[in-house]
Structures are given as C-alpha cells and as structure tokens.
Design a protein around this ligand. Structure first.
Ligand code: CP3
Length: 348
C-alpha cells in the first residue's frame, strides 16, 4: 500500500483508483451554511479577507462530502484588489472593476505591495492547514490564482461577460502595453502563490477561465508563455509543490499547453472528450475533470451516466475527478452527495 494524500500521489505521476475528487467552487451559494455565513459577513471581499470566516467556508463542503482537496476560499480578483485596483462585487452583476486601459493606469500597478495586502488571505491558508492536519489528514490544501490573461480580462474590460472585447482589442492594438500588464500580473502571481505555499498550501491551481477567447498566436503568447514562466519560477523557488493548470476552452491545444507550461496536472473543461484528453496528454501529467456542472443540477440519469462516463475515461492513468467548470448555485446538495457515492464506489 502506498501512503500519502491521494491528490499528491496522483500529481507525482501515480495512478490512484478510485481517483481523488474535489469540485471547482465547492464552497459557495449552493450550500445553505455558506449563504448564512455570507449574509453575516456583509460583502464578498470582507468575507475573503476575514481569516476565521474564510477558513470556515472552505471547510463547510469537506464536512458534508469528505473531498480529497480543500480549495482556499478566496477569488482570482483578489490579486487586482491587492494591486490597488478598485473592485466590488455587485449583487446579481458579478465583479465590477475600474477599467485599466492606458499606460498611466498600468504604471500605477505595483506588484511589490501584493504580498502585504494579501496577508489576511495567507492567515486563512495557515489556519486551514492546521485544521486539515487535525481533522482531515488525507485532504490536500489547494492554493490558487487566476492566470495573467484571465485576470487581465477583468482588469481591462472591468467586468465579466465572456467576450472581453476591450482586452482583446488592447492585445492587438498595443501588444507592448498589454505585455507590461501581463508582466505585472506574472510577478504578482508568483509572489502571491509563493506566499500561499509558505503559509501551507500543498498544491497550486492556475485558473485560465477565458484562455479560449484568443486566436492561436494570442493563446501561445498570452496564455502558454506567461504560464510557463510562472510555473518555472515556482518550480525553482518551491520545487515540492505541484501545479494544476486550467486553460478553459483550449480544445485541441490542451496537450501542448500541458507539455509546454510544465504543469503537473491539467484540468479539462466541460466540452472536452475526457477519453481523448486522457490519451493525448502525456501519462506523466495528471488530467482533472470534467463532469458538466449542469448534470449535477439535473441529478438522476444525467448525473449517473455522466459521472460514469468521466470515470471510465480516467481509469488507468493519473487522474482527478472534478467538474468541467465551477458548481452552480442552483445545485441541490443531495446531488453532490450522490455524485461522491458513485465516484467512491468506483463508478458502480
Ligand atoms: O472553489 C472554491 O470553492 C474557492 C473559491 C473560489 C471563488 N472564485 C469564490 C467565489 C474560486 C477558486 C474562484 C475562482 C474564480 N473567480 C474564477 C475562476 C474559475 C471560474 O469560475 O471560471 C473566476 C473567473 C472568478 C471571478 C468571479 N468571482 C466571478 C465572475 C464572480 C461572479 C459570479 C459568481 O459566481 O457569483 C465571482 C464571485 C464569487 N467567487 C463567488 C464565490 C463563492 C460568489 C460571491 C457571493 O457569494 O456572492
């Protein structure tokens, strides 16, 4: 019998079966206990910067479902927040930021202040690591950040929406300025993730939710290259910590992304055929995914068949069971319990 946390074994290249499982956005509004605590905290940023409350919401889904990983409760937009960009989360509208579109605004961003402003988040990480060591000894703690391109999408457009026209236009019209913004984000992300490792994070995930909006040359320049530099910096400074990349909607570019960035794991989005990806990504790199979050909302036959299909594709190689994107607020908590039963019973 091999020992050690299943998530860490898989990310070191071992096949573990049934696969370890966790769900993106596993802490959040589908849980009544989250909604209660969120109401007490007031706004979302106050929750992310309150170590006691942020640690508590991180642990809530573990108590219900016993996932193999806990993911720090925070947000990818806490890096722009730590850089000093005005940010708020408007009810029903998602994040709103004061857009950054010119050289003056980019020059104001100072990556050296990120670690200090993010100190409450590091305090959350260290509390979590203590709580896991005590109460969930086989659960690994995941720290995370957005990848530079996805974070830049929100910083330049100033809001979500999925198209990010201002960001894509800036990258075409003024690639020198856009490269400066990406460079600030690279430096900030490395410092921010190193601080999470030093506080107790055991795995890092880079969320590149909007990687798929770029043309091929843009994908190479603004997604693969910055991610490769971040991974290289972290492999040099914190060599024991595996990194999972999530280049959402990257399609047939996923295997090349996995190899060129140097990540230890790669997360598949909902649209990807997991059987194809399991064969196309080198076996030394774990694959993670990729049940449709809406199949968990539906439950019943859709949940049963979808979960089994993913499990079948993952068998026999290093793999982590997850969703293809974050769990959605209307998900019935019972359906998550059923999902975990199927995974733990090895798809039976
Ligand atoms: O996974 C977890 O449980 C950890 C926490 C986490 C959150 N956001 C909490 C959150 C993580 C890992 C994220 C990542 C994140 N945030 C991404 C990448 C993954 C993805 O979903 O594509 C992105 C793009 C964001 C930016 C963001 N944050 C948006 C667009 C929104 C609004 C949409 C929404 O879901 O509300 C948020 C807010 C947010 N982040 C909430 C939570 C729990 C909801 C805020 C609330 O409680 O009111």
């Amino acid at each position: 019998m091999q020992t050690g946390k299943p998530m860490l074994r898989v990310l070191s290249g071992e096949s573990v079966w049934p696969p370890p499982a966790w769900l993106m956005r596993q802490a959040g509004r589908y849980l009544p206990e989250y909604r209660e605590l969120r109401a007490q905290a007031g706004d979302f940023i106050a929750l992310c910067t309150n170590p006691a409350l942020a640690a508590e919401v991180t642990l809530q889904p573990l108590r219900r479902y016993g996932f193999d990983a806990a993911i720090l409760f925070s947000d990818i937009l806490m890096v722009p927040w730590a850089l000093g960009q005005p940010l708020r989360f408007a009810e029903g509208e998602g994040p709103l930021l004061e857009p950054i579109r010119d050289a003056v605004a980019v020059a104001k961003l100072d990556p050296t202040v990120v670690a200090a402003r993010a100190a409450p988040i590091m305090e959350t990480v260290s509390r979590l690591r203590g709580a896991l060591d005590r109460d969930f000894p086989s659960t690994a703690l995941i720290g995370f950040a957005g990848s530079p391109f996805t974070v830049a999408c929100y910083m330049v457009d100033g809001r979500g929406g999925g198209e990010f026209p201002a960001t894509r236009l800036l990258a075409h019209r003024d690639p020198v300025l856009f490269a400066q913004l990406i460079a600030v984000l690279e430096a900030s992300t490395v410092a921010y993730l190193e601080a999470q490792v030093d506080a107790g994070a055991e795995i890092l995930q880079l969320f590149d939710s909007w990687a798929g909006v770029l043309p091929p040359d843009g994908f190479a320049r603004w997604v693969v290259e910055p991610t490769a530099r971040i991974v290289a910096a972290l492999r040099a400074s914190r060599p024991h910590v595996p990194i999972i990349g999530f280049p959402r909607m990257s399609g047939a570019s996923l295997p090349a992304y996995a190899v060129r960035t140097g990540v230890q794991g790669v997360s598949m989005d909902t649209s990807m055929d997991p059987a194809w990806a399991a064969g196309a990504v080198p076996a030394s790199i774990a694959v993670q995914g990729n049940l449709d979050p809406l199949a968990v909302v539906a439950g019943g036959a859709a949940l049963e068949a979808g979960t089994r299909r993913v499990l079948q594709a993952l068998r026999g190689r290093p793999a982590i069971f997850n969703l293809g994107h974050g769990i959605v607020p209307q998900t019935p908590p019972d359906h998550v319990a059923r999902l975990m039963e199927i995974v733990r019973a090895d798809g039976k």
